[in-house]
Design a protein around this ligand. Structure first.
Ligand SMILES: [Zn+2]
Length: 132
C-alpha cells in the first residue's frame, strides 16, 4: 500500500477504506482517478464511523476486510486474501477490488512538437486563451 497519498492513515483504516472503495491495494497511487480518490475518502469515512460505533458491535462485525483473510467477501463472496505490501500486511478481495494500472498513454512523454491531447493538455490550452 503506497502511503504517499494517504500518509498517516493506519493499516486497518487503509485496508477498510480500499475495500469500501473497491480498489486493489497493489494499485499505484498515481493510477487512481479522481473518482477513485473520492471513493477512498468516502470509504475512510465509513471505516472511521464503523470503528466509532464498534462499542455496540461485536468485534467480528466491525471490519469487512481487515483480519478477514480466508473468509468470504461480504460484497461478492470471493475468498479474501492477505498480502504483504511495503512490509505491512493487508487483506483484500480479488473479486471486487480492481487493480488500477497507470495507462501507458498517460505515462508516455510527448515527442518533440507533439501536442498534449490528454484531458489535462486540452484543459491547459483552453485556459491560455483569453476569455470571450
Ligand atoms: Zn469481493
Amino acid at each position: 500500500m503506497d502511503q504517499t497519498v494517504l500518509a498517516g492513515i493506519g493499516n486497518i483504516l487503509a485496508t477498510e477504506a480500499l475495500w469500501h472503495a473497491g480498489i486493489d491495494p497493489r494499485s499505484p497511487a498515481n493510477a487512481l482517478t479522481r473518482a477513485d480518490v473520492k471513493n477512498v475518502v468516502r470509504g475512510l469515512g465509513t471505516a472511521i464511523r464503523r470503528q466509532i460505533d464498534s462499542r455496540e458491535r461485536a468485534r467480528d462485525d466491525v471490519f469487512f476486510a481487515y483480519g478477514k483473510e480466508g473468509t468470504s467477501c461480504r460484497r461478492c463472496g470471493t475468498e479474501l486474501r492477505r498480502i504483504v505490501l511495503g512490509g505491512r500486511g493487508t487483506t483484500f478481495c480479488t473479486g471486487c477490488q480492481a487493480r488500477r494500472k497507470v495507462s501507458r498513454t498517460r505515462m508516455r512523454p510527448l515527442n518533440r512538437g507533439e501536442k498534449d491531447r490528454s484531458v489535462r493538455g486540452v484543459r491547459s490550452r483552453r485556459n491560455i486563451r483569453a476569455p470571450g
